[in-house]
Design a protein around this ligand. Sequence first.
Ligand code: CP3
Length: 332
Amino acid sequence: MRTLEKILINKKKDCKSIWFMRQAGRYLPEFRKIRSKNKDFIKLCLNSKLASRITLQPIKRYDLDSAIIFSDILMVPYALGQKVQFTKNYGPRLSNFNPEIFFNSNKKIFKKTLHPIYKAIKETRNKLDHKKSLISFVGAPWTLLVYMMGFKKKKNRIDFRQIKNNKIILEKLIEYICEHIENQFRAGSNVVQIFDSWAGLLPKNQLLDFCYKPNQKIVNFCKKKRIPVICFPKGIGRNYSEFNKIVKPNGISLDYEVEPLWAKKNLKNVVLQGGMHPKFLLKTDDVIQKEAKKYLDIFRDVPYIFNLGHGLVPETDPNNLEKLIKFVRNYK
Ligand code: CP3
């Protein structure tokens, strides 16, 4: 069995698994080279050949045991009819949410639009060493809504009651997210990660409806289909504990604000992943290793997947990542 799944499914403690969020991305010169010739980011994600090549770039360079497919969580809103653009130094821009287009979209069009991703997964799985896992991912419903409705700009003025009344939007999103997970799994991915990157925007009294319950529905779907699943409810602090008790995923990815000792004590019956702040990779070798050691020591006697508390930042020196991976591999 592949290492990542050994840990996630069999809760193995005596093997090491290392991968990084955004391991294929702008910090790598070989990615920037392809990106500079492909100005349209969505088109690049839908170019199966290039998506597969980008996915394998960090695998060629480093001693990682998982690849994560090069794509984006915004491919789901895109396939549901919303226009998505990536502007430099600004991030994603989506056209206004149009309920008519959203509710008119169907599974057939959705699957056809995203077919190049499934093809990229199939090609990548074929090229990848059989001992390595291929991870696919989705955005959680709340995080997708944040982009679809432009919520980030109106932080304190989100009308939760109105979205709750509009339950069918959330229900349709959950259904299509599950569809995307299943299609990616059928194409050859081995594990799925659910990114709820904006869960931290939710006030405590909305976490149940907008974070825990939607994640739980998707995790239950994965369990039914026997798809190993990791959740990443970024920014919810000590509510990680409640999240874990309700959602019960195979694995939970810690963000850099979660205290590792607290996590070990309070997150039970789940495999822990990540935690270290990505900004440490901008520091000196000594500082990087000291921080990595903290996580490795604390999680020595529980099943743990080495990763960071969020994605690698574009300023990361690829050599620093190489040294960190070697350090983690050799640390006993
Ligand atoms: O982890 C990986 O290596 C796989 C690829 C991956 C990308 N996006 C490629 C990408 C993954 C897993 C994502 C998920 C994603 N996308 C999330 C969840 C993870 C997180 O960071 O919290 C979110 C919120 C998005 C939405 C998104 N996509 C943003 C906010 C941006 C622009 C700003 C930024 O931080 O880069 C993107 C663009 C994007 N997605 C890039 C990459 C490599 C950079 C695109 C570029 O070259 O300009």
